[in-house]
Ligand binder design. Structure first.
Ligand SMILES: [Zn+2]
Ligand SMILES: [Zn+2]
Length: 156
């Protein structure tokens, strides 16, 4: 699925091909919550980095998160330096992938039939995850990738 995305002020726009476009995975970790998840979690999609086309690249900034052990995350969180919108995550450890934030996508996304809630050990106390029948919950990392979830549901 080809996705179009943009930041709020419009300085940065992008298109990307996303084999994993269902916004099913909600991450409650403090990095997602503080950088991109005002509701308590953020949702990333799975896309092909080689198809990523960006306009307004000069307005991009990158944040590399500080981890609990004091080291710096290899993940590069790209955001608009003018308006602060979180746009996508890229980690050179997986050079073929890029993870756009569902919140930055303008193309209508498909509604997932079930959701996966991850990093629940790190969620803020005020956040009440909206867990429905069929959803799966993990205290830390999930046991299934974005791509495998799509395969299992026949969306790949
Ligand atoms: Zn912007
Ligand atoms: Zn997270």
């Amino acid at each position: 699925m080809k996705l179009e995305g943009s930041c709020h002020c419009g300085a940065v726009r992008f298109t990307v091909n996303a084999p994993s476009p269902y916004p099913f995975m909600r991450c409650y970790c403090s990095i997602c919550r503080k950088t991109a998840g005002g509701g308590g979690y953020a949702i990333n999609l799975g896309a092909d980095r080689h198809s990523l086309r960006v306009s307004g690249e000069a307005h991009l900034s990158v944040y590399r998160a500080r981890l609990a052990d004091g080291s710096t995350s290899t993940g590069e969180r790209n955001f608009c330096s003018r308006c602060g919108s979180a746009l996508w995550l890229y980690d050179p450890t997986w050079p073929d992938l890029v993870h756009p934030h569902a919140s930055a996508i303008d193309t209508p996304l498909p509604v997932p039939p079930d959701r996966v809630h991850i990093m629940l050990d790190s969620k803020a106390g005020w956040v009440e995850p909206e867990v429905r029948d069929g959803d799966r919950c993990f205290d830390d990392y999930p046991d299934e990738s974005l791509a495998r979830w799509h395969e299992r549901h026949g969306f790949a």
